[in-house]
Design a protein around this ligand. Structure first.
Ligand SMILES: Cc1ncc(COP(=O)(O)O)c(C=O)c1O
Length: 399
């Protein structure tokens, strides 16, 4: 009974279906090129290090300075001994960045979503959630105990019909959406969601994880870029992607943040993030705000890559809306075949994304601001070379 045989059976099943994941070990700092255990040097196209800040000397120095002053650990949860002056400064700076009254920092974006949603939403409420929302949103909704209604991806009329049918049966109604969908590289129709929220008296929560640092003049995301702060007063962001560090946050009205600090279990029952991380983020935030040239370089690289790949008629690409470039495949096998060839023959690291993460297998390419033009052109050539193994997708296959 105690030999956990069922585990081997599950693992075998994953292998048989081409769904077993293996980890690759990196032995250098993150950047446009990385070296892996065994010595292979690869062109990195699978990170979320959009602005290339994960290895920035000023961020590293700020991290070292925080360790020297405060030591390695935060020594306790935020509500006990784990709030240093750095944590307080970061929350103030993030609120200013997001143009909100207040903010609260979590150890990850995952912890932010699971904590915020379960703190603000109760079991008498309903949540209307885009079908492609991130797993951390899905888990946060589960934890809240609220009734969940899934609307078809970015489909406002479906959202509206669900609201019309159900909203009167619940104490409060919440609409929750990613602003950038990380596995399709597209954007939520935020303006329309704002209008619907107003019309049906709903609360909104927008997750800007992949938009933070990438959109907006000062880089706080799409809500800033579209000037939709009134429609989306509560925002989630991450410091693990464009900021090049880690952690997540929620920014919003003072009372909302106060309640989250008093109710979110992932905030209350977990050791506070270390001062070193907070020191690094404070510097990174400065670089994000002052670094519009980094955003421009990121967008330039992404545009070059998308337009180059688009010339290859065998590839089925997403539309160009964000720096996340997706190539869809007919099957898991075809995506895995290209993943392996990209890696083994072309030294490009862009792993296939497969079910259950997504329905349709794909390669997700994420150029960053520190890739050179040569790096980008090399990837385009690599796909031209590999195209002999790619069957064009039949028309009508949906994204
Ligand atoms: C939309 C979205 N929200 C939240 C997260 C979780 O953020 P973190 O990686 O900081 O835990 C992710 C991670 O990819 C994400 O894509």
């Amino acid at each position: 009974m105690n030999d956990f045989n069922f585990v081997d059976e599950e693992l075998d099943l994953l292998s048989q279906n081409g769904l077993k994941r293996e980890l690759k070990t990196v032995i250098t700092a993150g950047g446009p090129w990385v070296e892996l255990s065994g010595g292979k040097r690869v062109l990195q196209f699978s990170s979320n290090n959009y602005l290339g800040l994960s290895n920035h000397p000023e961020v590293i120095n700020a991290c070292k300075a925080a360790v020297s002053k405060y030591g390695t650990g935060s020594t306790g949860s935020r509500l006990l001994s784990g709030t240093t002056e750095l944590h307080a400064s970061l929350e103030k700076a993030l609120a200013e960045f997001e143009n909100t009254e207040s903010s609260v920092f979590f150890s990850s974006g995952y912890a932010a979503n699971s904590g915020v949603l379960s703190a603000l939403i109760n079991k008498d409420d309903a949540v209307y959630s885009d079908e492609l929302n991130h797993a951390s949103i899905i888990d946060g909704i589960k934890l809240s105990g609220a009734q969940k209604f899934i609307y078809n991806h970015n489909n406002i009329s479906h959202l509206e019909s669900l609201l019309k049918e159900n909203k009167d049966n619940f104490k409060r109604n919440f609409i929750v959406t990613d602003t950038v969908f990380s596995m399709d590289g597209d954007i939520a129709p935020l303006e329309q969601i704002g209008i619907i929220a107003e019309k049906y008296n709903c609360f909104t929560i927008a997750d800007e994880a992949h938009a933070t640092g990438v959109f907006g003049k000062k880089g706080s995301g799409i809500v800033e870029e579209l000037n939709l702060g009134k429609s989306f007063p509560v925002k989630i962001g991450t410091c693990s992607k464009a900021f090049g560090v880690e952690g997540g946050f929620c920014a919003g009205p003072k009372s909302v943040i106060e309640l989250i600090k008093n109710k979110a279990r992932s905030f209350m029952f977990s050791t506070s993030p270390s001062p070193a991380i907070i020191g690094a983020i404070l510097k990174s935030l400065e670089l994000v705000i002052d670094g519009s040239w980094r955003r421009e370089k990121l967008w330039q690289n992404a545009k070059l890559l998308h337009s180059g790949l688009k010339k290859n008629f065998k590839l089925k690409l997403n539309d160009f809306k964000t720096p996340i470039i997706i190539i869809y495949f007919n099957s898991i096998e075809e995506a895995m075949n290209i993943d392996e060839k990209l890696f083994n023959e072309c030294h490009i690291w862009a792993p296939a994304i497969r079910p259950p993460t997504v329905k349709e297998s794909r390669i997700r390419l994420t150029p960053i601001a520190t890739h050179s033009q040569d790096d980008i052109e090399y990837v385009i050539k690599a796909f031209d070379y590999l195209s002999k193994d790619i069957k064009p997708q039949p028309l009508g296959v949906s994204n």
